[in-house]
Design a protein around this ligand. Sequence first.
Ligand code: SF4
Length: 304
Amino acid sequence: MKEYTPSYIKLFQTGELDNRIKILKERLKGCIVCPHHCKVDRPNNERGFCRAGANMVIDGYGPHYGEETVLVGKGGSGTIFFSYCTLRCAFCQNCEISHHGEGYEVTPSELAKIMLSMQSKRCHNINFVSPSHFVPQIVEAVSLAIKDGLTLPLVYNTGGYDETDTLKLLEGIIDIYMPDIKFGDNIKAKKYTMSAKYFDIVRLAVKEMHRQVGDLKTNEQGIACKGLLVRHLVMPENVADTDKILEFIRNEISKDTSINIMSQYYPAHKSYTFPELSRRINRNEYNAAVKYAQKMGLTNVMST
Ligand code: SF4
């Protein structure tokens, strides 16, 4: 792909972006932003499962070089870490931020300035980490940033527990979707994340993401500008059901899906209350996951 202009510019110019913000903000009143559907009054700071209130909370931001090479390039990925989470995994590696909401509040106008500061530092994209519960406020911030010159691709970096109706309102706004698919079985997902029907929900979400942006495309410098990049963390004893996840991607998304099969699981937070989660994975477990992806005919497998 040569020159890439994010489609949010057009949505902004036609006034459609403002329309989306209005609809998204409605979803916060009696909150149905994510699949938990807590129906709490977020604008008045009532809190549901995620524990987030009216204002966005972030734990930090900056050029990040630890993401996939296609996102990082020379300038880094302009990463913004949102506090709180819709999943609350037992093995969470950032529970102070995700579970306890460590961080500080930012207004949409402050978030817009953060995005523009990372654009001026020559980051290649704006990477929203754990954005699911703050989608309306993030889109409002994006609109303010566009007004002041934002042109970078936007990355939606999520645990995958996303409401499809909310995602539909992001069509033409988000350029790169980067969901985890953590579990290939609803019952195991409920045991380790407290979130119901995870595999059903993430399948619908990833299908919607792929419908919007297709397979991952890069520019002439090899930097991602649009598309889907799935992440999957291999777990001990195959508790994640990696094979079912790879079969879903191959059969229901695309054989050319970019997928990062990750090996960095380590026991954290409450992992030690589950004997099967109390160790790292071994080389055989990781190699079996990569081999299965190859056997399935997936053509864009990354290993980290
Ligand atoms: S975003 Fe938070 S409050 Fe809203 S439905 Fe999801 S978990 Fe509940």
